[in-house]
Design a protein around this ligand. Sequence first.
Ligand code: CAA
Length: 262
Amino acid sequence: MAAAAPEVAVETEGAVGIVAINRPAALNALSISVMDALLEALGGFDRDPAIRAMVLAGLPRAFAAGADIGEMKHIADSKGADKALSLHLARWDKIALLKKPVVAAVSGFALGGGCELAMACDLIVASETAVFGQPEVQIGVMAGAGGTQRLTKIIGQALSMEMNLTGRRLTAREALSFGLVNRVVPVESYLVEAKKLAQLIAAQPPLAVQAAKASVRAAVDLKSSEGLAFERRLFFSLFDTRDQKEGMKAFAEKRKPVWSGQ
Ligand code: CAA
């Protein structure tokens, strides 16, 4: 697949689609054009039957240092903010709503919209140099793309308050201990490890993977009884798939299943 825009590189490795932000001069700040290109590339992979999992990467120095402050500094008032930024901020939610799993490969700064972008993904592989934060308060605003919501649900109120009210940053090791990331690896291997994790997911039956992703997401958004009912419906729906027949037959026959994705 061709690159969606010069600031976003796109490639595939087997059934894994890899999208990388490449805007080093602005520490990968998430301008409208960068976010558009990300959505185009990730959305394309989400619709491509040959792709089963995705990796969203940044650069070793910065996953992304936030939404592009240059695009916000001239906004005069709340009406102007609504007009200029509503569609932009909805792009983070669109990434969270992709059907196929996305592994964020995070190294260096993951601040503001960058931290929010990593959290919109499903799993995070962090390099030892990764730093996570919601520093918007330090430029006179607050998080606007999930930094008070997703972050609080993941790490809890006490630490989320501290990060959102003071700009405190988390090191990669702290992020691991608070459940924000899946693993921390040396900077030389964070991208490779993120791809390995995506390959591992891509090797599972895709319809079951997508149902499980939707169900885990529902745990965050729905109240418990609704979440359990949603999970039950998705669980039952997988009994309409060939992969369920194959998976259970292969288990009984003590062999490796062959997934058809149907
Ligand atoms: N938007 C636009 N440009 C940015 C940027 C951003 N979020 N972050 C960094 N840059 C640019 C800098 O302006 C600078 O450009 P110039 O060389 O042209 O001046 C370049 O990237 C390098 O940055 P620094 O010189 O500042 O590098 P540093 O190593 O001294 O500091 C940093 C790194 C601590 C990440 C610092 O750049 C910084 O604090 N960035 C802003 C972080 C931030 O506030 N993010 C939140 C943005 S608002 C938001 O995201 C809202 C939301 O919820 C969606």
